[in-house]
Design a protein around this ligand. Structure first.
Ligand code: HEM
Length: 490
């Protein structure tokens, strides 16, 4: 190793990195010690705001390879031909915990994919579950508040948790997934990923279909039991982060099959579930899955902060051939993420190398300046129209034209019965051991609720999904439902 001069950030050589400058041997430290000042000041600025949700995570790079021709469905660049490989970044996360929280906590896991395509970055920012707790973005901040810390005690609070969820019947399906074995995956490699929302695919001829994206792990699904997960939380808060890094570092890969479900506009109009409600799945019997590609992770980040902490995934990053659906949650998310990135990373977050659309044929617009601006546009015009730079709009990138009508208003999409059908179906699909673990996990959490009324309201939702499901939770909590009902009726 050849010697290299130690320098300040401005490149000036540093004479002494062991002793600060003082006025005499025993005198006070001098303000003129600019190296000391720089070190202390930089240290104070090492933290940026953590993600308001999904703060704890890990990620790796790789590629998506297409194995089936779907150009009849979409003109999106990654699907242009069988065998095409598109480079990607995938970040996994837990949702509610802070940056230092344990990987093994019971929580959904984030599954955020960034595909670096010739048409720009396409982000599919999903979870390891095909559904979500809510169907309206207006409820998201309230929901997240209840999953985090109490404003006074600063502790997780089972009353808040179940108060909100028991008043949110559409969450029953996702709550069932959360407290099932799948709420504690053994590692990031041993779980599926889902785009969760319904998206539109548009083909070169201008035809549109609705799609769901699924990523099925090729390592097989493996989960911790509640006891194993709790133990792991105590033993190693970073077990899944380590697992992913070590797997790839020792020459291994993490792999998923990419699948889609496809629904025509006519089918959407008559499907028995609202196809744009993210609390529901499209049942596989109704809309079978098709395997169309393989996702492979084979490269670790060289620097965690630069490439994973600063990674900015946004559902609004879409490319021609993939568009949003009217799913209200997805529509809300189209705003939320880039707003978070501007707050967390600054106005020029797309210039950070990991977010840079480096595969895009070009990045050409008239946004300029702001903190950390790289100046790549040099002296070119910062206004449009102009007669200088030749930058032209691309009419073929226009959104799929479709009529929209209806009365403006805060419309509820209430499907009271439907809110329990799929949760009940999922419960009935489980074998006896899975059912027992699910019930045990819910009871184990809900027994800490201090208000019986909240417990009863939550049980009511599970009961409406499946009477056996609700009854077993009531039994587990030592509640006699009949007596409680009588007491309520007075
Ligand atoms: C992260 C908002 C629903 C998956 C985030 C972040 C925000 C946010 C602000 C932090 C972004 C950042 O700082 O980089 C919302 C809102 C939602 C919503 C407002 C509903 C209206 C969902 C849903 C899913 C999801 C339904 C999955 C189906 C994720 C994932 C991340 C994330 C995976 C982490 C991305 C990463 O790894 O950087 N969300 N979210 N979110 N969200 Fe959501």
């Amino acid at each position: 190793m050849s010697d290299i001069d130690l320098t300040t950030a401005s490149g000036a050589p540093v004479a002494d990195n062991q002793n600060s400058q003082t006025a005499g041997r025993f005198g006070p430290v001098l303000l003129q010690d600019v190296h000391l000042l720089e070190k202390l000041a930089h240290f104070n600025r090492e933290r940026i705001p953590e993600r308001v949700v999904h703060a704890k995570g890990a990620g790796a790079f790789g590629y998506l390879e297409i194995t089936e021709d779907i150009t009849d469905l979409t003109k999106a660049a990654p699907f242009a031909e069988v065998g095409k490989k598109t480079p990607c970044l995938l970040r996994f996360s837990t949702v509610g915990g802070e940056q230092g929280s344990a990987d093994a906590e019971r929580d959904p896991r984030g599954f955020a994919l960034k595909l670096y395509t010739e048409e720009g970055n396409w982000d599919l920012v999903g979870n390891n579950t095909p559904v979500f707790f809510l169907r309206d973005p207006l409820k998201f901040p309230d929901f997240i508040h209840t999953q985090k810390r109490h404003p006074a005690t600063h502790c997780k609070d089972p009353d808040m948790f179940w108060d909100f969820l028991s008043l949110t019947p559409e969450a029953t399906h996702q709550v069932t997934v959360l407290f099932s074995d799948r709420g504690t995956p053994k590692s990031f490699r041993h779980m599926n990923g889902y785009g969760s929302h319904t998206f539109a695919m548009v083909n070169a001829a201008g035809g549109r279909v609705w799609v769901k994206f699924h990523f099925k792990t090729l390592a097989g699904i493996q989960n911790f039991t509640a006891v194993e997960a709790q133990k792991m939380c105590g033993e190693n808060a970073d077990h899944a982060t380590q697992d992913l890094y070590q797997k790839i570092e020792t020459g291994g890969t993490a792999e998923w099959e990419m699948q889609i479900q496809v629904m025509s506009e006519e089918e959407a109009a008559t499907y028995r579930f609202d196809p744009f409600d993210v609390t529901k799945v499209w049942q596989h019997g109704d809309f079978p899955v098709r395997t169309i590609g393989k996702l492979v992770l084979d490269r670790n980040p060289k620097n965690y902060f630069a490439e994973i902490e600063q990674a900015a995934f946004a559902p609004s990053n879409m490319i021609p051939g993939v568009e949003a659906s009217p799913d209200k949650m997805l529509q809300g998310r189209l705003f939320a993420y880039q707003d978070a990135h501007r707050y967390r990373l600054g106005a020029n977050f797309t210039q950070i190398p990991v977010n840079c659309p480096y595969m895009a044929r070009q990045v050409a617009n008239h946004q300029r300046d702001g903190a950390m601006y790289d100046g790549a546009a040099e002296g070119s015009p910062n206004y449009e129209p102009n007669s200088v730079d030749g930058i032209k709009e691309r009419p073929d990138a226009e959104v799929y034209p479709h009529p929209v009508h209806g009365e403006v208003g805060s419309h509820a999409r209430d499907y009271i019965q439907d809110d329990f059908v799929q949760a009940g179906d999922l419960y009935r699909l489980m074998d006896p051991e899975q059912k027992s673990r699910l019930v045990g996990n819910i009871v184990g959490h809900m027994k800490n609720v201090t208000h019986k009324g909240i417990q009863l309201r939550a049980i009511c939702n599970f009961f409406r999904a499946d009477s056996d499901y609700g009854k077993r939770i009531a039994d587990g909590l030592g509640l006699d439902l009949e007596a409680e009902m009588k007491a309520l009726r007075g």
